[in-house]
Ligand binder design. Structure first.
Ligand code: SF4
Ligand code: SF4
Length: 189
């Protein structure tokens, strides 16, 4: 849901005194600070069923991301065991970070074979800005923004994922695929 900020608020004389509002702000901030600092105690003593803190102990604890969340882009692996990608290169062109690299392959000329397909497809996550343009540009429902963001590592070179590493079964992307169909269908492409 969109959140709008009211910019034309008229301040009361009390608010215009300035100092009391600063003190009030500091009290609120301090309250949250101490709640986060000690909020686990009643929970661990069994006096509260839920922790009264906002901090999530990642990676032991994770939260569910909203469907619009853009994690790392992945290639959808279809039921036939191959990517939907036809190596058209549209995502490569749309990518503002130039982090997609596609090596297209040609078919052998036999009928009913996939006309075009990628021999190799790499995305460098060290460069990717998770904008989702590749997903938006793809005409084949082949590349999607997943909800996976656990891709930090010590060696930057390892952040360049090859096609095998990028593949994710379509079944795991179902919700995102439905979301994209609704989202991009709205724009009447
Ligand atoms: S999410 Fe954006 S930056 Fe990342 S691969 Fe796709 S188009 Fe490129
Ligand atoms: S736009 Fe889609 S079909 Fe085209 S190369 Fe990219 S992932 Fe493959």
């Amino acid at each position: 849901m969109a959140y709008y900020v009211e910019r034309n608020v008229k301040m009361t004389w009390w608010e215009r005194l300035y100092i009391p509002e600063i003190i009030r702000g500091m009290i609120i901030t301090s309250r949250h600070f101490f709640k986060n600092l000690f909020g686990f105690i009643p929970f661990f003593l069994g006096k509260k069923k839920e922790r009264e803190i906002f901090t999530i102990y990642y990676p032991e604890e994770t939260r569910e991301y909203p469907i619009a969340y853009r994690g790392r882009p992945v290639l959808a692996l279809n039921d036939e065991g191959r990517p939907n990608c036809v190596a058209c290169g549209l995502c490569e062109i749309a990518c503002p970070a130039y982090c997609i690299d596609i090596d297209p392959g040609a078919n052998s000329g036999k009928q009913n074979e996939v006309e075009r397909f990628p021999v190799e497809f790499t995305i460098d996550y060290a460069v990717c800005i998770f904008c989702g343009f590749c997903e938006e540009a793809c005409p084949e429902e082949a590349i999607f923004m997943s909800n996976d963001c656990d891709i930090s590592m010590l060696d930057r070179k390892k952040m360049k994922y090859n096609m095998q590493q990028l593949l994710m079964p379509t079944s795991e992307l179902k919700d995102r695929i439905d979301f994209c169909r609704k989202m991009y269908g709205k724009w009447n492409y």
